[in-house]
Ligand binder design. Structure first.
Ligand code: SF4
Ligand SMILES: [Zn+2]
Ligand SMILES: [Zn+2]
Length: 319
């Protein structure tokens, strides 16, 4: 089958758009969608100047999503002195898994010549996820611990690096899953928070004084296409899954979405676009009260709603 736009052979077919594309036109179409998302989300503020550039910290895990995000942002902004990119990689202490993906991050940062910071749970907290899973003092899933520690590292380093924006490689499948999970949980306030934290255009979000705004510029691109892009561009991405991954509910939703998409191509796109619109309306209703109950953690000083933040109490139970 030929490409719809030239006579080269197609490397992909997207059922949701009906398009067949060759490698060159496929690459172009992915890059276009990411750049359009950067524009629509107003990620580059009008007052950014070469003298006072914006610092964008990319959560660079070494998986295909964050590697593709870093590559496309680099190609887009390499010649733009208003934006400085920093890759931030977190080593959770998961043997055999994270070691390889850290190598991928180091290779990519060197290849693109961007600043790269590598931090570990071992250095930050004196723990490794492999041991946490073994101890499991709170009887929780590995990801529940890991997510608390990751959020802490991300927000502290975003502060230290004076980040204006924290970018992650969530793709269309990830975001459609989250949207559906939030719908099914029926927690509208959570949906409003999602809009203000990472989803809405920067200019329309409720100002977050305590947290660096987040952005997900890959969220219009399906997971499969991200993987194909990494392959076509021969990027140093690490593909295997974390051995502690345990999000059973998300896996169920993922399967549901695969099945729906198969029979009704375009379902992920329509879920996410409807969700974004509703989240914007929810944010208008709920906006403003966030931050009312925030205080400093007694132990570490980070922003929390309790006396002792979740991270400090987890570290205590692990000690
Ligand atoms: S899958 Fe879970 S345990 Fe593994 S790195 Fe991700 S959050 Fe951590
Ligand atoms: Zn073509
Ligand atoms: Zn604390």
């Amino acid at each position: 089958m030929d490409c719809n736009r030239c006579d080269q052979e197609a490397v992909m077919h997207a059922a949701y758009s009906g398009q067949h594309l060759c490698a060159d036109h496929f690459r172009e179409s992915v890059e276009k969608r990411v750049r359009r998302r950067v524009r629509r989300d107003d990620l580059v503020p009008r007052d950014a100047t070469p003298e006072d550039p914006e610092t964008w910290v990319i959560g660079l895990s070494g998986g295909k999503d964050s590697v593709v995000l870093t590559k496309i942002l680099h190609d887009t902004f390499a010649e733009d002195p208003r934006i400085e990119l920093v890759g931030l990689t977190i080593h959770e202490g998961i043997e055999g898994y994270r070691d390889k993906s850290v190598d991928a991050c180091v290779d990519l940062a060197a290849e693109l010549d961007i600043r790269h910071e590598l931090v570990s749970y071992a250095d930050e907290f004196g723990i490794e996820m492999d041991d946490v899973v073994e101890d499991d003092p709170e009887n929780m899933a590995a990801c529940a611990y890991c997510g608390v520690f990751r959020r802490d590292v991300l927000s502290r380093y975003a502060d230290d690096l004076e980040a204006d924006l924290l970018l992650t490689g969530h793709n269309l499948d990830d975001e459609a899953q989250t949207a559906l999970m939030n719908f099914l949980e029926g927690d509208v306030e959570q949906i409003a928070k999602h809009f203000d934290a990472s989803l809405g255009p920067l200019s329309e979000r409720e100002e977050q004084t305590e947290f660096v705004p987040r952005a997900k510029p890959l969220r219009d691109v399906p997971e499969k296409e991200i993987a194909l892009y990494a392959h076509v561009e021969d990027l140093p991405a690490h593909i295997t899954e974390c051995p502690h991954s345990s999000e059973a509910y998300r896996a169920e939703i993922q399967q549901l979405l695969y099945d729906l998409e198969e029979n009704h191509p375009g379902t992920r796109h329509s879920i996410l676009s409807g969700y974004e619109e509703l989240a914007g309306i929810a944010a208008e209703t709920y906006g403003g009260d966030d931050g009312a109950d925030l205080r400093d953690c007694d132990r570490c000083g980070s922003t929390t709603t309790r006396e002792v933040c979740r991270k400090c109490s987890l570290l205590e139970s692990l000690a």
